[in-house]
Design a protein around this ligand. Structure first.
Ligand code: SAH
Ligand code: F3S
Length: 471
């Protein structure tokens, strides 16, 4: 679940009820964007309608990301922008949600005086109460992590929606403890959402015209419904007490069968947990997209061990082989970190050589940013100079660009089914959409509409986009 971005939401498609106005901005991974939709739903019941203009808001919420230091700096800068809102209206409440709230807790209020409210990812049901507390001029904090919370009964208010594609969260937290990663600390233990409530949410989306869903979790292959509670408890539960059991492949199978017209995507897959059963399920159903985001981080088994990734280079390449065997045309993308602790030039070359073998469709690439309290910060030395981290990053970015162009060029002359998602940013005479393998295609509109499936013949491409014509 990468694609780290930031967005203000669009008011056009949102309900306008109540007198109080909420401005909510999300940073970081798709899970944060999905959580903001849960938060908007909780606050809708309290009479808040959403606005994209912060100056008319009674409540300003930032859903924050802690994954790298830069992400945190961006949020701190953004908070300073709201000084003028407070000066104009001293009653405006400024709240911080998400991973920074969880990581920094009440310390954040001490550091950022403009902030009135701090609330962690598992405490959003408590927002109305916390807002009330701040009305008395107090500061309010709830950062309690839960072993059960999945917000399964909350029907998200779709923010910034194109009315065609939507996120559906299927699990929360992560138990993997990659040594560089702050997520297990900010989002707590892994737990799966009741499949009944997942299906209800998809049913609602289907009825309101949505055509594509992306199932979200930090580690979707680890999804396991056994009646609720932390995944770790499953192993401790006596077999006779487990009356129901559904893994990720079962869930995919059920959704694909029940909703044959809905396109299904998911993110993120983890190499150590990705089973052939999932690949067989994808191959079996036309409506499950042929695309897998399978982050590798490094091509060196030595570095992977230091990262506590739970897989080696060989294991990872075996997974790639298995994907290609089951789904020959599958699009594959990855995440990389350069300059992790003790990474030598030889380790870096191993990353480049792994990229040459896989030739990913695209990747999200970062240089290592040490995060407080992670294993790497406590036990390993962040000993690669920033200049070297950045140079290695540039090398993998350049190679990825070559591979993206190579992958895209293979499509020229071919015809793909594309779901129309919106109007091209560069020209209002063109639509954009995605192929099953998650490549963006731009084409002239003709008589079609957003939400239609069309067959597009690919005429040319760049490393980022395919350009075609509807046939
Ligand atoms: N399993 C998650 C991973 C979330 S973090 C998912 O759903 O995608 C997304 C990516 O950020 C990771 O795959 C990793 O490449 C990068 N990342 C995480 N911690 C980092 C750190 N400390 N420094 C640099 N990049 C990091
Ligand atoms: Fe982070 Fe590793 Fe989980 S990257 S989110 S600890 S799979």
């Amino acid at each position: 679940m990468s694609g780290l971005t930031s967005s203000k939401h669009n008011t056009k498609t949102e309900p306008k009820i109540g007198k109080k106005k909420l401005y909510i901005q999300s940073y970081g991974c798709q899970m944060n964007f999905s959580d903001s939709e849960v938060v908007a739903s909780i606050l809708k019941k309290e009479g808040y309608s959403t606005t994209k203009n912060s100056s008319e808001a009674d409540l300003i919420l930032l859903n924050t990301c802690s994954i790298r230091e830069k992400a945190e700096q961006t949020v701190r800068k953004r908070i300073k922008d709201f000084k003028k809102n407070k000066e104009k209206n001293s009653n405006v409440i400024i709240g911080v949600l998400g991973c920074m709230a969880e990581r920094l807790k009440s310390k954040f209020i001490e550091e950022e005086k403009l902030v009135d409210l701090i609330i962690g990812p598992d405490a959003y049901r408590d927002l109305p109460k916390l807002i009330n507390e701040t009305m008395d001029g107090r500061k309010a904090v709830n950062v309690i992590l839960s072993k059960e919370e999945t917000y399964e009964d909350i029907n998200p208010v779709r923010l910034n929606s194109n009315g065609v594609t939507a996120f559906v969260s299927i699990m929360r937290g992560c138990d993997n403890m990659c040594s560089f990663c702050v997520v297990p600390f900010t989002r707590g233990r892994e737990r799966s959402r009741n499949p009944k409530s997942i299906l209800q949410e998809i049913d609602q989306l289907n009825k309101t015209g949505y055509k594509e869903i992306t199932l979200l979790g930090q580690n979707v292959d680890s999804y396991l419904w056994f009646g609720g509670g932390p995944k770790k408890d499953f192993l401790k539960t006596p077999i006779e007490q487990i009356t129901e059991k559904l893994d990720f492949a079962d869930l995919l199978n059920t959704i694909a069968q029940e909703y044959p017209k809905i396109r299904i995507r998911f993110s993120t897959s983890n190499p150590q947990d990705m089973k052939d059963k999932v690949l067989e399920t994808i191959a079996l159903h036309r409506n499950i997209c042929n695309y897998i985001h399978l982050p590798v981080q490094s091509g060196s088994s030595k570095i992977l061990k230091l990262m506590n990734r739970g897989h080696t280079r060989e294991w990872y390449l075996d997974r790639i082989k298995s994907i290609k065997k089951h789904i020959p045309s599958c699009g594959i993308s990855s995440d990389f970190i350069t300059g992790f602790c003790d990474e030598t030039e030889q380790d870096h070359q191993l990353t480049l050589s792994l990229m040459e073998i896989v030739k990913y469709n695209f990747s999200y690439m970062f240089y290592y940013s040490e995060r407080p309290n992670t294993f790497a910060q406590r036990q390993l030395s962040d000993n690669i100079p920033e200049k070297v981290k950045k140079r290695r990053l540039q090398e993998i970015i350049d190679l990825q660009q070559k591979h993206s162009l190579f992958r895209n060029q293979l499509n020229i002359g071919k015809t793909h089914e594309v779901l129309i998602e919106g109007i091209s940013k560069k020209s209002n005479k063109h639509f954009y959409g995605r192929t099953t393998d998650n490549t963006v295609v731009v084409f002239a509109k003709r008589k079609f509409s957003i939400g239609d499936f069309v067959d597009v013949e690919i005429k040319k491409c760049t490393s980022a986009t395919l350009i075609g014509e509807i046939v």
